[in-house]
Ligand binder design. Structure first.
Ligand SMILES: [Zn+2]
Length: 134
Protein backbone atom coordinates (compact mmCIF):
# COMPACT_ATOMS: atom_id res chain seq x y z
CA UNK A 1 0.00 0.00 0.00
CA UNK A 2 2.78 2.35 0.95
CA UNK A 3 4.55 1.82 -2.37
CA UNK A 4 1.35 2.61 -4.31
CA UNK A 5 0.87 5.92 -2.56
CA UNK A 6 4.57 6.67 -2.89
CA UNK A 7 4.37 5.98 -6.61
CA UNK A 8 1.40 8.27 -6.90
CA UNK A 9 3.18 10.98 -4.94
CA UNK A 10 6.19 10.59 -7.18
CA UNK A 11 4.01 10.86 -10.27
CA UNK A 12 2.26 13.93 -8.92
CA UNK A 13 5.62 15.50 -8.15
CA UNK A 14 6.86 14.75 -11.67
CA UNK A 15 3.70 16.19 -13.20
CA UNK A 16 3.98 19.26 -10.98
CA UNK A 17 7.58 19.75 -12.01
CA UNK A 18 6.69 19.43 -15.71
CA UNK A 19 3.97 22.04 -15.31
CA UNK A 20 6.36 24.36 -13.48
CA UNK A 21 8.99 24.03 -16.21
CA UNK A 22 6.43 24.52 -19.00
CA UNK A 23 4.97 27.58 -17.28
CA UNK A 24 8.41 29.01 -16.59
CA UNK A 25 9.55 28.66 -20.21
CA UNK A 26 6.29 30.07 -21.56
CA UNK A 27 6.60 33.05 -19.24
CA UNK A 28 10.21 33.58 -20.21
CA UNK A 29 9.34 33.53 -23.92
CA UNK A 30 6.50 36.02 -23.65
CA UNK A 31 8.51 38.29 -21.33
CA UNK A 32 11.41 38.38 -23.80
CA UNK A 33 9.09 39.17 -26.72
CA UNK A 34 7.32 41.98 -24.89
CA UNK A 35 10.70 43.42 -23.81
CA UNK A 36 11.95 43.47 -27.41
CA UNK A 37 8.71 45.03 -28.61
CA UNK A 38 8.61 47.67 -25.87
CA UNK A 39 12.24 48.67 -26.41
CA UNK A 40 11.65 49.25 -30.12
CA UNK A 41 8.18 50.83 -30.02
CA UNK A 42 8.07 52.58 -26.66
CA UNK A 43 11.75 53.43 -26.25
CA UNK A 44 12.18 51.71 -22.90
CA UNK A 45 15.57 50.46 -21.70
CA UNK A 46 16.77 46.89 -21.63
CA UNK A 47 14.72 44.69 -19.23
CA UNK A 48 12.35 47.64 -18.70
CA UNK A 49 8.68 47.81 -19.63
CA UNK A 50 6.31 50.75 -20.07
CA UNK A 51 3.08 50.57 -17.98
CA UNK A 52 0.95 49.24 -20.85
CA UNK A 53 3.44 46.49 -21.76
CA UNK A 54 3.92 45.62 -18.07
CA UNK A 55 0.16 45.21 -17.84
CA UNK A 56 0.15 43.00 -20.93
CA UNK A 57 2.90 40.82 -19.47
CA UNK A 58 1.02 40.43 -16.19
CA UNK A 59 -2.07 39.46 -18.17
CA UNK A 60 -0.16 36.91 -20.28
CA UNK A 61 1.45 35.35 -17.20
CA UNK A 62 -1.98 35.04 -15.60
CA UNK A 63 -3.37 33.34 -18.73
CA UNK A 64 -0.39 30.95 -18.89
CA UNK A 65 -0.90 29.96 -15.26
CA UNK A 66 -4.60 29.41 -15.79
CA UNK A 67 -4.14 27.40 -19.00
CA UNK A 68 -6.31 24.28 -18.62
CA UNK A 69 -4.02 22.20 -20.86
CA UNK A 70 -1.13 22.08 -18.36
CA UNK A 71 1.92 20.39 -19.88
CA UNK A 72 -0.04 19.73 -23.10
CA UNK A 73 -0.42 23.49 -23.55
CA UNK A 74 -0.33 24.33 -27.25
CA UNK A 75 1.19 27.56 -28.57
CA UNK A 76 -1.49 30.21 -28.04
CA UNK A 77 -1.88 31.04 -31.74
CA UNK A 78 -2.81 27.40 -32.44
CA UNK A 79 -5.08 26.94 -29.43
CA UNK A 80 -8.74 26.06 -29.74
CA UNK A 81 -9.82 28.15 -26.74
CA UNK A 82 -8.42 31.65 -27.37
CA UNK A 83 -8.72 32.79 -23.78
CA UNK A 84 -7.29 36.28 -24.40
CA UNK A 85 -9.57 39.31 -24.25
CA UNK A 86 -9.96 41.05 -27.61
CA UNK A 87 -7.73 44.10 -26.90
CA UNK A 88 -5.02 41.99 -25.23
CA UNK A 89 -5.05 39.62 -28.18
CA UNK A 90 -4.50 42.53 -30.57
CA UNK A 91 -1.67 43.85 -28.41
CA UNK A 92 0.11 40.49 -28.18
CA UNK A 93 -0.33 39.97 -31.94
CA UNK A 94 1.50 43.26 -32.55
CA UNK A 95 4.22 42.12 -30.14
CA UNK A 96 4.60 38.78 -31.94
CA UNK A 97 4.71 40.39 -35.37
CA UNK A 98 7.33 42.88 -34.29
CA UNK A 99 9.50 40.79 -31.95
CA UNK A 100 8.97 37.34 -33.51
CA UNK A 101 11.65 37.53 -36.21
CA UNK A 102 14.19 39.11 -33.80
CA UNK A 103 13.60 36.46 -31.14
CA UNK A 104 15.75 33.95 -33.01
CA UNK A 105 18.84 36.13 -32.48
CA UNK A 106 18.07 37.14 -28.91
CA UNK A 107 16.81 33.80 -27.54
CA UNK A 108 17.55 30.99 -30.02
CA UNK A 109 16.64 28.26 -27.53
CA UNK A 110 13.25 29.72 -26.61
CA UNK A 111 12.47 30.46 -30.25
CA UNK A 112 13.34 26.99 -31.48
CA UNK A 113 11.32 25.48 -28.64
CA UNK A 114 8.37 27.66 -29.63
CA UNK A 115 8.62 26.84 -33.35
CA UNK A 116 9.01 23.13 -32.65
CA UNK A 117 5.93 23.13 -30.45
CA UNK A 118 4.00 25.05 -33.09
CA UNK A 119 4.89 22.50 -35.78
CA UNK A 120 4.22 19.52 -33.49
CA UNK A 121 0.91 20.90 -32.35
CA UNK A 122 -0.22 21.60 -35.92
CA UNK A 123 0.78 18.07 -36.94
CA UNK A 124 -1.16 16.53 -34.03
CA UNK A 125 -4.21 18.62 -34.81
CA UNK A 126 -4.12 17.72 -38.50
CA UNK A 127 -3.88 14.05 -37.63
CA UNK A 128 -6.84 14.33 -35.26
CA UNK A 129 -8.83 16.13 -37.97
CA UNK A 130 -8.02 13.38 -40.47
CA UNK A 131 -9.06 10.70 -37.98
CA UNK A 132 -12.33 12.54 -37.38
CA UNK A 133 -12.97 12.67 -41.13
CA UNK A 134 -12.51 8.92 -41.59
ZN1 LIG B 1 5.80 49.25 -24.03
Amino acid sequence: MITVSQDRLCLQAKEGLKITVTTMLEEKTVRKMIELYCRRHHGTGKKDLCPSCAQLLAYCVERINKCPFGTAKPVCSKCSIHCYREEKRDHIRQVMRSAGPRMLFHSPFLTLRYLLRKILFSACRDRRARQADN
